[in-house]
Design a binder for this molecule. Structure first.
Ligand SMILES: N[C@@H](CCC(=O)N[C@@H](CS)C(=O)NCC(=O)O)C(=O)O
Length: 208
């Protein structure tokens, strides 16, 4: 079978999302991870040929064509699986799964933007951006706390993976943020997510 090459990095929550799908779908033997460094301020020009956006995850197929972003890659991987599926076929369940995926991915986007702003020297930071990011992260976590019962009732899939990886990224880059205190149900849900084998196998190394 043709080998798929994944441009990979250990701390990227979007790469982790793809790798969780790989493990959930039993596709480990088909995917080879290639360590690829990216940074928004130092574009990795070698990646341009596979992805003009110069981002990871990027998945190079046997044909040489490369797929991006994580949304497309995860659905492609799902299409390779003969048995398991991470996507409900149709109706409300499908839209809810895709909505949860958007919520998890959007949370990661906001956290990454927040981190970039936070890492600038204090005299260059824009307070409104920092406050806006905090507000969006808090409101997303509050909404997830309300939706935990629904998450638990739904068949595990792409939405759960996206949200679990976003919460994991909080632990990697925002350890100082006490998000768990007021959100006991989401805290419990995350510990169950982290106990899954796909989650254990993709756990990011502690903050570097
Ligand atoms: N929407 C994209 C987001 C991917 C993304 O933001 N990747 C980050 C790493 S976590 C990246 O490549 N950043 C480099 C850059 O933006 O220049 C996805 O779902 O894959």
């Amino acid at each position: 079978m043709t080998e798929l090459v994944l441009h990979w990095s250990p701390l990227s929550p979007f790469v982790r999302k793809v790798m969780c799908c790989v493990h959930e779908l039993g596709l480990e033997s088909r995917v080879r991870c290639m360590r690829t460094k990216v940074a928004s301020q130092v574009p990795n020009l070698e990646l341009t040929a596979d992805n003009p956006l110069i981002r990871i995850p990027t998945l190079v197929l046997g044909s040489g064509q490369a797929l991006f972003d994580s949304v497309v890659i995860c659905e492609y991987l799902n299409s390779l699986s003969a048995g398991a599926s991470l996507y409900p076929g149709q109706g409300d369940e499908r839209w809810q799964a895709l909505r949860w995926q958007a919520l998890g991915d959007g949370l990661c986007d906001t956290l990454i933007a927040w981190r970039h702003e936070r890492d600038r020297s204090p005299d260059q930071q824009i307070p409104a951006l920092l406050q806006g990011a905090r507000l969006k992260v808090d409101s997303t976590l509050d909404r997830l706390e309300v939706e935990v019962a629904e998450l638990e009732a739904a068949t595990f899939g792409i939405g759960h993976i996206a949200i679990g990886c976003a919460l994991g990224y909080l632990g990697v880059r925002f350890n100082d943020l006490d998000w768990r205190g007021q959100r006991p149900m989401l805290t419990h849900w995350q510990s169950e997510f982290e106990a899954r084998s796909s989650s254990q196998l993709t756990k990011p190394p502690s903050q570097v």
